[in-house]
Write a protein that binds this ligand. Structure first.
Ligand SMILES: *Cc1c(COP(=O)(O)O)cnc(C)c1O
Length: 414
C-alpha cells in the first residue's frame, strides 16, 4: 500500500515514510492511496483480535508477515470486550490498556512499528494521548519522548499518567491550551532539523490500528443477529471516527458512524450548514474532546471527495453539553459507570431514533476511574481503580511548567 496527501501533492510514499514525515508539505494529511474493499467471509470465522489485526494490517503495511505479527502481538496485549447491553445495543470497551483510554491502541502500535529506529518523539496532548505514548515508549532507550500538556486542563489522574515515568520521558505543563501545545510542536517540526517524530493523532501510524476494533466489533455483533452496526464515537480531533469510517469503506458491516461531540460545535455546525469554521476550543467535562479545529476531519472529507451530501448518508454529528454529560453519568445507563467522554455516546444513542434494522455500538473511550473527580460525586460511589492504572498512579510525578512561546520551547529541545 502507498500513502498520499489529502492535499494537492500527487507523490506516493511508503507507510514508514508517512509515519516519519507525519505531515505532507502541502498542508494535507497522509491517507492510504486506496481503501481496499476486503472479503468479509474469512473474518466471520475469526475470533482473536490479533488475527483481525494481522489480516487487516497486511493490506496496509509493507512489513513481512513475521514482522507484522511481532508488532501486533506486542502492541495489543490487553482485552477488547464487546458487552451486549440488550438485543441490539453493544458497548465496546476500549479502555483496558495500560493507561485506561483507547489511545493505548494507536500509541502502542506506533511505538512498536518504530522500535527498530531512534529519535525524539514529540507529543502535544489534551489529556490521554501523552500518557499512552509515554507508556508505549517507556524504557525504549533509543527514543526520547517530550510531552506538552495544557496546565490545569487535565484531570489529576491524567496528570499523573503524563508525568510519572522518568527514564526517557520528559513532561512539560504549558501555560495555555491544547491548541498552544499543538502549535509549539508544529513549529519545532518547521524550525529544527532534529530527528523528530510526531506521536499526535494526525500521524497515520496512530489512526490506522484503530480500524481493527471497528472491524472486530462490527463482525462480532453481525454474528449475533446478521445486522450491520451504527457506531457512536465520542469525538474530538476525529481520528477515532475516521478509523470507523475507513472500516466501513473496507466493507465491514457498519451502517453509519455517529460523531458524538461535546460543546465544541465545529463539526456539528459544518455538517449542518456546509460551512467549515474552526474556532478556539471550549473547556468541557469531556476534556480530551475539547478541540475547536478537528484535524482528522480532513481525512473523512477526502474519502468522500469533499461531497457533503454523500458524507451525510454515512456520517451523523451530535452534541452533548456538560449538563447532559452529568445527567447521563448519574443515570448509570444499563448499570454502566461511564467516563465523561463515553457519556456523549450513551446520550447520543438515547436521543437518536433507532429502528430494528441496525445494531448500535456505543464506544467507551476511557475508564471512569480516570475521571473520578467528575464521576464519583455524581454517582455517589467510589469507582474501583483497574490494576494497570493503579500501578501507574502509585508513582509520584515530576514536570516543569513552561510558557507557550515557541522559541523558548526550541531551546529546551536542542
Ligand atoms: C482522545 C479522546 C477522545 C477523542 O478522540 P479523537 O480521535 O480525538 O476524536 C475521546 N475520548 C477520550 C477518552 C480520549 O482520550
Amino acid at each position: 500500500m502507498k500513502y498520499r496527501s489529502t492535499g494537492t501533492a500527487p507523490k506516493e510514499i511508503s507507510f514508514r515514510e508517512a509515519i516519519s514525515q507525519n505531515m505532507p508539505a502541502d498542508g494535507g494529511l497522509f491517507v492510504p492511496s486506496d481503501i481496499p474493499k476486503l472479503d468479509i467471509n474469512p473474518f466471520l470465522k475469526m475470533n482473536s483480535y490479533i488475527d483481525f489485526a494481522n489480516a487487516i494490517l497486511e493490506n496496509y503495511l509493507d512489513s513481512s508477515k513475521i514482522e507484522l505479527s511481532e508488532i501486533t502481538s506486542r502492541a495489543f496485549v490487553f482485552p477488547t470486550p464487546l458487552t451486549k447491553l440488550d438485543s441490539r445495543v453493544f458497548y465496546l470497551e476500549l479502555f483496558h490498556g495500560p493507561t485506561a483510554a483507547f489511545k493505548d491502541y494507536g500509541a502502542r502500535f506506533f511505538a512498536e512499528t518504530l522500535r527498530p529506529e531512534s529519535g525524539t518523539v514529540l507529543v502535544a496532548t489534551s489529556g490521554d494521548t501523552g500518557g499512552a505514548v509515554a507508556s508505549a515508549f517507556w524504557k525504549m532507550n533509543n527514543f526520547r519522548v517530550i510531552i506538552l500538556f495544557p496546565e490545569n486542563r487535565v484531570s489529576k489522574r491524567q496528570e499523573r499518567q503524563l508525568t510519572n515515568w522518568g527514564e526517557n520521558i520528559k513532561s512539560y505543563a504549558v501555560k495555555g491550551g491544547f491548541d498552544d501545545c499543538q502549535r509549539m510542536v508544529k513549529s519545532a517540526f518547521q524550525k529544527t532539523n532534529l530527528n523528530l517524530k510526531s506521536a499526535n493523532s494526525i500521524n497515520i501510524g496512530r489512526i490506522l490500528p484503530q480500524v481493527i476494533y471497528y472491524a472486530y466489533s462490527s463482525v462480532l455483533a453481525y454474528k449475533e443477529n446478521k445486522k450491520p452496526s451504527r457506531f457512536f464515537v465520542p469525538t474530538g480531533n476525529a481520528g477515532n471516527a475516521c478509523a470507523a469510517v475507513w472500516a466501513k469503506k473496507m466493507g465491514f458491516p457498519i451502517s453509519e458512524v455517529v460523531l458524538c461531540s461535546n460543546a465544541n460545535s465545529t463539526l456539528a455546525d459544518y455538517v449542518k450548514t456546509g460551512s467549515y469554521r474552526a474556532r478556539t476550543s471550549i473547556s468541557t467535562l469531556a476534556n480530551a474532546m475539547d478541540v475547536g479545529s478537528p484535524s482528522n476531519f480532513e481525512r473523512i472529507l477526502h474519502l468522500y471527495n469533499r461531497d457533503l451530501n454523500q458524507l451525510r448518508k454515512d456520517i451523523l454529528v451530535t452534541q452533548t453539553f456538560d449538563a447532559e454529560i452529568q445527567s447521563t453519568i448519574k443515570a448509570k445507563p444499563y448499570d454502566q459507570l461511564l467516563c465523561p467522554h463515553t457519556a456523549t455516546a450513551f446520550n447520543s444513542y438515547k436521543k437518536m431514533e433507532t429502528d430494528d434494522k441496525v445494531n448500535s455500538i456505543l464506544v467507551g473511550t476511557a475508564h471512569p476511574a480516570k475521571f473520578e473527580s467528575i464521576v464519583e460525586p455524581l454517582i455517589g460511589q467510589i469507582i474501583p481503580v483497574p490494576e494497570a492504572l493503579a500501578e501507574t498512579l502509585s508513582r509520584p510525578g515530576t514536570f516543569e511548567t513552561i510558557s507557550s512561546d515557541e522559541n523558548s520551547f526550541l531551546k529546551i529541545l536542542s
